[in-house]
Design a protein around this ligand. Sequence first.
Ligand SMILES: *[C@@H]1O[C@H](CO)[C@@H](O)[C@H](O)[C@H]1NC(C)=O
Ligand SMILES: *[C@@H]1O[C@H](CO)[C@@H](O)[C@H](O)[C@H]1NC(C)=O
Ligand SMILES: *[C@@H]1O[C@H](CO)[C@@H](O)[C@H](O)[C@H]1NC(C)=O
Ligand SMILES: *[C@@H]1O[C@H](CO)[C@@H](O)[C@H](O)[C@H]1NC(C)=O
Length: 225
Amino acid sequence: MMRAITLLHFLTFASATSPHHPTHAIKCPIIFDGRVPRNLALGSFDSAATSPYSPQFVKGENLTWSQILLLPNTSLSRFDTRSVHKPLEVTINDHSLFRPGGGNLQVGFRRAGLLLKNDTNSAGSDPADTGVVTFHWSVKQDRNRALNLSHEYMNVWHEKADYSGNQFTFVGGVVLEVDGGTGVDTRGERESWKVQDSKNGVVFRTPMRFGGWQNFAVQLDYVSS
Ligand SMILES: *[C@@H]1O[C@H](CO)[C@@H](O)[C@H](O)[C@H]1NC(C)=O
Ligand SMILES: *[C@@H]1O[C@H](CO)[C@@H](O)[C@H](O)[C@H]1NC(C)=O
Ligand SMILES: *[C@@H]1O[C@H](CO)[C@@H](O)[C@H](O)[C@H]1NC(C)=O
Ligand SMILES: *[C@@H]1O[C@H](CO)[C@@H](O)[C@H](O)[C@H]1NC(C)=O
């Protein structure tokens, strides 16, 4: 049976502060904006010309983003402006198996990861990879497509350019030991969001609030760390 497991997920924008900016300049310009324009249709996510995200990566090998995403009629997150933006819902199921270029299908997990289309990989190659950068996002869960929180849901992360790990990871549910969690299926583990550092250590946790938006931000400092 195919079961859609979903997280309602408004991904976001990163902004940077530069300590060398003159005080009259905008201190935190938006670098990448993942908010969805209110008039965007689902089909627009399949084209680089119209999507804020990469139309190709990272998703089930036979799926298009317009088959994966939903545009639910729900409340707006705190960073959405009613006349401008709308939220976006991501679904995963047993078709969400990614095949890396020329490699084998990754059957150990399901993937539906939106990549900001203006992001480039190499360290320092875009403004989100230098200075001090803040990532903002909001999440809300879809009651009708509940997650099975005995599993690990890696929701937001920033991967190192050499793919050796993540600079930070935002994760929900029971986190596997191999990913830095306890692997122990307790209610406290299931029903909490966790932020992990670059060594997968949990640096922040908070209970999930079902039925409402939760807002998060993580700041990466490429200068002093
Ligand atoms: C991507 O970059 C282009 C060119 O700099 C810019 O016009 C556009 O707004 C950016 N898109 C997003 C979604 O950040
Ligand atoms: C969206 O939800 C609101 C409030 O629940 C409702 O009034 C409106 O008719 C809904 N719109 C659509 C297109 O379903
Ligand atoms: C994608 O389609 C091919 C060809 O039908 C099939 O062999 C493969 O199993 C499909 N992949 C997934 C993840 O369903
Ligand atoms: C949730 O996942 C656990 C672990 O895989 C499994 O034992 C359980 O049956 C699942 N629950 C539902 C409702 O599918």
